[in-house]
Design a protein around this ligand. Structure first.
Ligand SMILES: O=P(O)(O)O[C@H]1[C@H](O)[C@@H](O)[C@H](O)[C@H](O)[C@@H]1OP(=O)(O)O
Length: 925
């Protein structure tokens, strides 16, 4: 009989074997009746009276679970239990679970093979994916003890859903013990007999009673289709662990990919292409420039066009990846996948423990957002951006130095103009429409809208930047010359006053034939406000006259009307409202057009200066920042949607969401040595850039519930769509479209051998400053949380949580400058969980170190929150690392079931971050 490895297919990451779910060909099989989205079958295993092949040998056993699909000949290796040492009656803590997607039927046969493990280091090799026909001899490292098999239907129909089967030798003759298969259902009360299992402490025994309280829904099950639209290819594992009072708790571990891994980058790149195309067009429309500036513009446009083409190519490539939901760690350097986060997953632990409510613990695991294709030779964004600005500020080349804040402002004003101008035009037309209908109420409403938007428009230009940019542009026009250097007055330190104007910039050959009229802009700008005032005055008059039925002598009531623009405010009783207002609206549009024209050109010139100064460096930096941001955003959106889904029934959370916003805590495990310094520098900026993101929840109008992004680099809004019934249950503020903010914080603690080198011979200051800066951010969030949440909530919250104490403790640990102080990570994660936040764990690939950390976090939660028996802490940890979701994560990334650590590396790891023997070794990453 042929044995196939689960996941040994080309893709490596496919959880479903062939045939795909429900694809049963010509055969008719009996489906297992379960609640949708619940696993179809879960069982636990225990052996009794095992016979050792050699007398007096202490058995170390594991059970390998294989599936014989009814339509297939072959056997598919499905999962294994952990190794239970030194007993003939092993009781396995790792169970078996078949998720809802798995093609399992009552006719499916399960084969259980029991092995005696002699050398644990061989065990992983045995269960790794090997090239066809390259299976190592079965006897290496372990020996076959016996097997049993059963049909799923027989198990389900058996009395109390328990089967006790004889284990037989390969020839089927000799009985070498029994194996008990017991169906379990998370949350169901289960009577069980006291039993004994080996604990962490050698030889110690512990009585176990299978008894669970009825569950409470932990995540509104009705909402699952919504979540399933974003989560894909789940891997599920089941465990049972004893509590300190010798009862069972059950744990289901789940790891899922998300189609947001690809969807968000595609959305974002499309937006960035639009933004850049618009900027390129504006550069082209900048009008006539002096030959020097014109050449610079041509050069800039060539580079910018190339950049847009590159983004378009990447988008085309990504669009070919329809249905993809996972980028493996081995693809991290691929150019076309640069914007896609590495190895993004939801790592979920569902705990059902006696006496306590069921609980879910979610962590998003993802590779540190970083520009692997560009590499880290010159460092990452934090350093590169700093260096770029310092050089720009100190250079003598630029006549005016625009700080990042000012260029950001230029982009913001440009974007506001582009949005407001058409909006005002629409409201102006609506006003005329109301006028032609002679409807006073509608006229008043239209005027209100028009006034509001026009005020915003006028306000947008109330900035010294526009003024100084106009002056700079004037000097760059043919014949333009500056009498004296100017700089944005908003920030004195920004002007490079000590630098003499560079020779190129002076353009001495151009005659000084005209003087710049600085007042002109004020006049043009003020005309918009004045023409609006004329419209307001006219509307007042029209309505007043309409009400009184009297004529008007045309004398203005307020000062504004005395102005030349206001002279047209004379009503004629016999004429209709439309005719009275039409010329005024035309004037407003003309004035606005003039302002828009000048402001757009001047602010585009600010951008031209920034680009011209630093080509192609500036564009490469933008690309790097976009790449890193895209990876970070994909993870954030995934985390936000999952958090929203799991907390929809929690009014406190919803209140927090719209009054305070959400904390998003990133745990970084990168070292501050060699290339990972650059990764950490990228990651720190990528995460900090997430502050520019706000969420908005809308009602889904179709089955497409995928999020939509709008905005531009300085400010993005992610629209998350919720099905009608879920949307209805939200607080009014959220339903009305209030923007929901996130507060990202990053705490990094390097744990590997590279970090040891950094601590001994290198520099850990990057990690120290990141942790310190982010502590301040976390504290700020906490303060706002305490201020803004309702007093009843806070008093209850304070009773339950000592957040202040935890923050203090975190602060002390950050200050302590202790080596590999993993306490920082535990404290930050605990604070985040208590604050209802979104948790992330990242290392370079989110594969090895991340797996160690999330499994440790899971077991620590079980110990601290669910009374995991202290003697079982290490066993639980080993179970999760050996046969849990994370080893599957390694498999799907590198097609090998081995954490990529060697002995030497592990010696440098903090104790609880070391995986069990046999699960690590040299792996081709
Ligand atoms: O998931 P990671 O911990 O980033 O994987 C590392 C691993 O820690 C390290 O021991 C190994 O030498 C590789 O560098 C892994 O990174 P890959 O990105 O190559 O998977």
């Amino acid at each position: 009989m042929e044995i196939k490895e689960e996941g040994a297919s080309e893709e490596g990451q496919n959880f479903l074997p062939t045939p795909q779910a429900n694809d049963t060909g010509d055969f008719q099989f009996t489906s297992i009746q379960t609640t949708p989205d619940e696993p179809q079958l879960e069982f636990i295993l225990a052996c009794k009276d095992l016979v050792a092949p050699v007398r007096d040998r202490k058995l170390n056993t594991l059970v390998q679970i294989s599936v014989i699909h009814p339509a297939e000949q072959g056997l598919t290796r499905y999962s294994s239990t952990e190794i239970v040492e030194g007993t003939r009656d092993p009781l396995f803590l790792t169970g078996v679970t078949f998720p809802s997607e798995y093609p399992i039927y009552e006719e499916t046969k399960i084969k259980l093979t029991v092995y005696d493990v002699k050398d644990k280091s061989y065990d992983t090799v045995r269960t790794s994916v090997l090239p066809e026909h390259k299976d190592p001899p079965p006897e290496v490292g372990r020996s076959f003890l016996g097997y049993a098999s059963f049909k799923v239907g027989d198990l389900l129909k058996s009395k109390e859903q328990v089967l006790t089967l004889s284990l037989r030798t390969s020839d089927g003759g000799k009985v070498v013990g029994t194996i008990q298969v017991s169906v379990v259902k998370m949350g169901e009360i289960e009577d069980g007999e006291a039993d004994h299992i080996t604990t962490d402490v050698q030889g110690q025994k512990c009585a176990l009673v299978c008894e669970c309280t009825a569950p409470e829904s932990v995540s509104g099950k009705d909402n699952l289709p919504f979540l399933n639209a974003v989560l894909k290819n789940p891997v599920c594992k089941l465990y049972r662990f004893p509590t300190s009072d010798n009862k069972w708790m059950r744990i289901r571990e789940q790891m899922s990919e998300s189609i947001l891994s690809f969807h968000i980058p595609k959305e974002l790149i499309s937006l960035q292409i639009k933004e850049d195309l618009c900027r390129n067009q504006e550069l082209k429309e900048l009008g006539e420039l002096s030959p020097h500036w014109d050449n610079l513009r041509k050069n800039v446009l060539t580079h910018c066009d190339q950049m847009v083409n590159m983004y378009q190519d990447i988008l085309t490539e990504l669009s070919k990846e329809t249905g993809s939901s996972f980028k493996s760690s081995s693809s991290k350097g691929e150019k076309t996948l640069e914007f896609v986060p590495i190895n993004l997953h939801l790592q979920r632990m569902h705990v059902h423990s006696p006496h306590l409510k069921d609980a879910l613990y979610d962590v998003i695991t993802v590779g540190a957002p970083a520009a692997h294709f560009q590499g880290f030779k010159n460092g990452g964004l934090r350093k590169l951006l700093h260096r770029f600005e310092t050089e720009r500020r100190n250079t003598g080349y630029q006549f005016i130095y625009y700080s990042p804040e000012n260029t950001a402002k230029a982009k913001e004003v440009l974007s506001n103009i582009n949005q407001l101008q058409p909006l005002i035009a629409t409201h102006a037309d609506l006003l005329l429409n109301s006028a032609s209908q002679h409807s006073p109420d509608s006229l008043k409403n239209s005027l209100k809208m028009l006034s509001e938007k026009t005020e915003l428009f006028v306000h947008a230009f109330k900035d010294q930047l526009v003024r100084s940019a106009l002056l700079a542009l004037y000097t760059a026009r043919p014949g333009g010359v500056l009498k004296k250097p100017s700089s944005p007055k908003t920030s004195t330190e920004e002007s490079s006053s000590q630098d003499p104007p560079p020779p190129m910039r002076r353009q001495d050959s151009i005659p000084h034939h005209s003087d710049y009229d600085e007042e002109e802009w004020d006049r043009v700008w003020a005309h918009v406000g004045k023409s609006l005032n004329c419209i307001i005055a006219m509307v007042d008059k029209l309505i007043e006259r309409d009400g009184s039925g009297e004529g008007d002598d045309g004398s203005g009531k307020d000062g504004e009307k005395g102005h030349s623009l206001g002279d047209s405010v004379i009503t004629h009783p016999q004429e209709d409202w439309y005719e009275q207002l039409y010329p005024l609206i035309l004037t407003l549009k003309d004035c606005m057009g003039e302002v828009v024209n000048r402001a757009k050109q001047s602010l585009t010139f600010v951008l031209l200066q920034e680009l011209a100064y630093s080509l192609p460096q500036c564009l490469m930096l933008t690309l790097r920042r976009d790449v890193v941001f895209s990876q970070a955003l994909a993870g954030l959106v995934c985390g936000f949607i999952i958090k929203l889904h799991t907390s929809l029934c929690d009014p406190g959370f919803l209140e927090q969401l719209h009054t305070v916003g959400l904390i998003v805590q990133y745990e970084g495990l990168l070292s501050t040595y060699s290339e990972e310094i650059g990764m950490l520098e990228d990651m720190a900026v990528g995460i900090s850039d997430l502050k520019k993101v706000a969420f908005k929840i809308t009602e889904a109008t179709s089955s497409d519930v995928l999020p939509v992004i709008t905005g531009r680099r300085e400010h993005y809004v992610v629209e998350v769509k919720l099905p009608g019934r879920m949307f209805e249950s939200l607080p009014l503020q959220i339903k009305e479209g209030q923007l929901l903010h996130v507060y990202p914080v990053l705490f990094n603690v390097g744990i590997n051998e590279q970090q040891t080198l950094a601590e001994r011979f290198g520099d850990v200051s990057l990690q120290e400053s990141i942790n310190q800066e982010n502590f301040e951010l976390l504290k700020e969030y906490y303060t706002v949380f305490m201020e803004k949440m309702p007093p009843d909530y806070i008093s209850h919250f304070q009773e339950q949580n000592d957040l202040k104490g935890l923050l203090e403790n975190l602060h002390q640990n950050i200050q302590a400058k202790k080596r590999k102080n993993v306490e920082i990570m535990w404290l930050a994660a605990t604070i985040c969980r208590k604050l209802n936040g979104i948790r992330f764990t990242c290392c370079k690939s989110a594969k090895d170190r991340t797996s160690m950390s999330v499994t440790l976090e899971q077991c620590s939660i079980l110990r601290d929150e669910h009374q995991l028996h202290k003697d079982f802490f290490i066993r639980a940890l080993d179970c999760m690392r050996r046969e849990g979701c994370r080893i599957e994560n390694v498999l799907k990334n590198i097609k090998c079931r081995k954490y990529a650590f060697n002995m030497l590396q592990l010696m440098a790891f903090p104790k609880y971050y070391r995986p069990p023997e046999g699960t690590y070794g040299k792996a081709d990453t």
